[in-house]
Design a protein around this ligand. Structure first.
Ligand SMILES: C[S@@+](CC[C@H](N)C(=O)[O-])C[C@H]1O[C@@H](n2cnc3c(N)ncnc32)[C@H](O)[C@@H]1O
Length: 292
């Protein structure tokens, strides 16, 4: 599978592509997905999405003095930029498989080393002092291998900080899969993967405990207060629906029909409150650990 085509209008920071042979990445480190991300749609609910990232950043050890920081699945780059501000002496790298996301990131943060690549294949050139991964690892399979490999990419004393939505079994995802499996779009959507189920918190503890100490694992169930028409559908169009919309991108009529059918089911399942708000319960899992 191929990465999105890099935009020719990059400004600010430099994006290095795997194809150009970035050191530390092999030619096989290509993004695994054809999913097309849309930074503007993703950022429509920026305040709600950012809350969990800030809660994760607040739990980083206060005594850290990182020199090598990686934001894996950095998206539009706001957290890599925030980490650069907090640690101006550090080399901060933002890795993402979406050129569209990195295009937005590089325009906002010239002081970060933006990289196009697949985090499933990532190996740092030098051991990392901080690996930050907010709302990205749930897109990558085989956590039983991935999590220990990330922990082993840390320098001694280095910190890994991860946040992942526990959304796979949620009502909105169940409806997305149900609707996706019925109707004229079903054949096109067969086999299209979206976010994956997570392991249990205890399993993540066991995986981290092999190499790390000071393991801090918790979950938070946010109650997002969304407004506007079809807010749950619009929320999902920014994230979980990206692979579905990418699969249907050459058939606008079928894509619109699918979204309309899903929107109707979501509106029924998430009715508006008397004040017009729609409440979206959203549990998230947090992992912070320090390499021994
Ligand atoms: C929900 S967004 C989160 C972005 C950012 N971390 C934030 O908190 O705003 C998920 C990001 O993970 C990226 N992503 C998904 N799979 C990836 C992979 N295998 N390698 C690198 N990035 C990936 C997507 O391109 C997307 O930008």
């Amino acid at each position: 599978m191929e990465p999105e085509v890099l935009s020719s209008s990059l400004r600010g920071g430099t994006i290095l592509t795997v194809a150009k042979g970035v050191s530390g990445m092999t030619d096989t480190s290509r993004p695994q997905s054809r999913t097309r991300w849309d930074p503007s749609q993703y950022q429509r609910f920026e305040a709600e999405r950012d809350r969990a990232a800030q809660d994760l950043l607040a739990r980083l050890p206060a005594d850290m003095n990182p020199r090598e920081i990686w934001d894996l699945g950095c998206g539009a780059g706001q957290h890599a930029i925030q980490l650069k501000r907090s640690h101006p002496e550090a080399a901060v790298h933002g890795l993402d498989s979406s050129a569209a996301m990195l295009d937005r990131a590089s325009a906002a943060g010239p002081d970060v080393d933006w990289r196009l690549g697949d985090l499933a294949q990532w190996r740092p050139e030098v051991p990392a002092d901080l690996i930050f991964a907010n709302a990205s690892l749930q897109w990558v399979p085989e956590h039983a291998a991935l999590v220990p490999r990330l922990a082993q990419s840390l320098a001694p004393g280095g910190v890994i900080a991860v946040q992942m939505p526990m959304a796979h079994e949620s009502l909105q995802h169940t409806l997305m899969r149900d609707v996706g499996g019925q109707g004229p779009w079903a054949d096109c959507l067969t086999g299209v993967g979206t976010i994956r189920p997570l392991l249990s918190p205890e399993a993540y503890y066991d995986l981290l405990a092999r190499d790390c100490a000071d393991i801090d694992i918790w979950s938070t169930r946010y109650l997002h207060v969304l407004r506007g028409p079809d807010p749950v559908l619009e929320w999902m169009k920014g994230t979980a629906l990206r692979p579905y919309l990418s699969a249907l991108q050459d058939d606008a009529a079928t894509s619109a029909a699918f979204l309309s059918a899903l929107g109707a089911r979501l509106a029924e399942a998430f009715p508006a409150c008397p004040d017009g708000a729609t409440l979206l319960p959203f549990p998230r899992l947090f992992l912070v650990a320090r390499r021994r």
